[in-house]
Design a protein around this ligand. Structure first.
Ligand SMILES: Cc1cc2nc3c(=O)[nH]c(=O)nc-3n(C[C@H](O)[C@H](O)[C@H](O)COP(=O)(O)OP(=O)(O)OC[C@H]3O[C@@H](n4cnc5c(N)ncnc54)[C@H](O)[C@@H]3O)c2cc1C
Length: 400
């Protein structure tokens, strides 16, 4: 009997893992199934640029059907997993319709699936309800951490004529730690190009005592913000949004008033983790930092944003984790000892940080080695743009 490997989530981590496993294991060795609630694979890094674009942005830029990115041997189920039972090794899927099996039966509405090994790669979700007033003030704050939010922010910027723009991070951890800084640098450039910079005050609010979670990056970013005339307010833990008065209040009792607020909402793990009582208070899975096994359970693994690992919640981390976990699962299924050189995740992350004016720097690090960002240059900006273009052909397929 082939081993039934089920992967939850067709984002970066889940798709890479499914493809690598399907290529490396034979049909006799494993049956690889991927379950995703939307059936779409989303490339979130492309959202960063939407607010500043005055050209039509094609949907294909940031979203494609997962099926189009999967090896033919991966079975895809489109449906929302509502319950994980790791003791019985069973899943409940709502409105689960196996697109490969639709034969006029109307598809399933609720189904149970069994597995031998389960990998949870369900990412993170925005949780604006975690800040007082955020839901009531919906429409008064902006964000670029969702497709809808990024397009709404673009509209808001297009009618902006000057005033106070506040960029705030609403909680830790949050996806792609460089993104709010990148947004601020690109915003500064955008305002200058439109001759609005002298009429605009830009303030950056961050919950920690420095402008970035990792000190060596904060040391590079803080002077760049200062050079651009962006004021940074640190230790600002957003607590309450008063949309009527246009004020964001912190736990520390400080007020930040704004004309336009870009607030990264707090994040949580997927609903199914909470519903299955598998995660911590924020819904992150306690995950072994090297093997990616979920602590306390057998045959249960996690990768990407769903974990509580002490690395950036980033596509890059999910990518390296998927490669390491694939090597581990292949070895285990073949009854071999996993090779620590390939089958252990050591905290590798590689990402870029746009600094505006056609320049960027690069962050390369792991558990043991903090990043040493090089001086921002056109080279890294070009590399990021090239990566964004090449993404759809090489990354989800697990070819790099
Ligand atoms: C604006 C922005 C810019 C970014 N830029 C970068 C960057 O430059 N570099 C970088 O490395 N990272 C970047 N990131 C972060 C990166 O996109 C994420 O960290 C990455 O997508 C995480 O991958 P993942 O596989 O863990 O989860 P995701 O890609 O979020 O995929 C999770 C999948 O699980 C599915 N799912 C969730 N719940 C269920 C359920 N119950 N049942 C079935 N399916 C479910 C979802 O539909 C989704 O397809 C950025 C993020 C944002 C918001």
């Amino acid at each position: 009997m082939p081993r039934r490997i089920v992967i939850l989530g067709g984002g970066v981590g889940g798709t890479i893992l499914a493809n690598v496993l399907a290529r490396r294991l034979t049909a006799d060795e494993a049956e690889v199934t991927l379950i995703d609630s939307s059936g779409a694979h989303v490339y979130m890094p492309a959202w960063l640029y939407i607010p500043f674009s005055d050209q039509p942005v094609s949907q294909r830029h940031f979203e494609r059907p997962v099926r189009s990115l999967l090896n033919h041997r991966v079975k895809l189920i489109v449906g929302e997993v509502t319950r994980i039972d790791p003791r019985q090794r069973e899943l409940t899927v709502r409105h689960g319709v196996n697109r490969d099996d639709i034969r006029g039966t109307g598809g399933a509405t609720n189904a149970t699936y069994s597995y031998d090994d389960l990998v949870v790669a369900t990412g993170a979700r925005l949780a604006p309800q975690d800040l007082t007033g955020m839901c009531e003030s919906a429409g008064d704050y902006h964000e670029f951490y969702s497709q809808r939010g990024a397009f709404a922010l673009r509209q808001a910027l297009q009618s902006f004529t000057g005033g106070r723009i506040v960029v705030a991070v609403g909680g830790i951890p949050y996806l792609c730690p460089p993104a709010p800084l990148e947004f601020t640098f690109l915003l500064d450039e955008w305002l200058r190009q439109r001759r609005l910079r002298s009429k605009t005050e830009v303030e950056y609010l961050f919950p920690l005592p420095r402008v970035f979670p990792i000190e060596s990056v904060a040391e590079v970013a803080a002077p760049l913000l200062e050079q651009r005339g962006v004021k940074s307010r640190l230790f600002f833990n957003a607590d309450e949004l008063d949309g009527e008065r246009h004020v964001l209040r912190s736990l520390e009792g400080e007020d930040a008033s704004y004309d336009l607020l870009v607030l990264i909402p707090p994040h949580r793990g997927a609903q199914v983790i909470e519903a299955s009582e598998l995660g911590d208070a924020q819904g992150w899975l306690a995950t072994d930092r090297h093997t990616l096994a979920v602590k306390g359970y057998e045959h249960l693994y996690a990768l990407g944003d769903a974990t509580d690992l002490p690395v950036s919640k980033s596509g890059s981390a999910a990518h390296f984790e998927a490669k390491a976990l694939a090597a581990r699962l292949v070895a285990l299924i073949r009854g071999e000892e996993p090779d620590p050189a390939h089958a252990s995740y050591d905290g590798e992350v590689m990402c870029f940080l746009e600094t505006g004016e056609g320049r960027a720097t690069q962050l390369v690090f792991d558990y043991e080695h903090p990043p040493r960002p090089p001086h921002p240059s056109r080279y890294y900006h070009m590399e990021k743009q090239l990566f964004n273009r090449a993404y759809w052909r090489i990354v989800p397929q697990g070819l790099v």
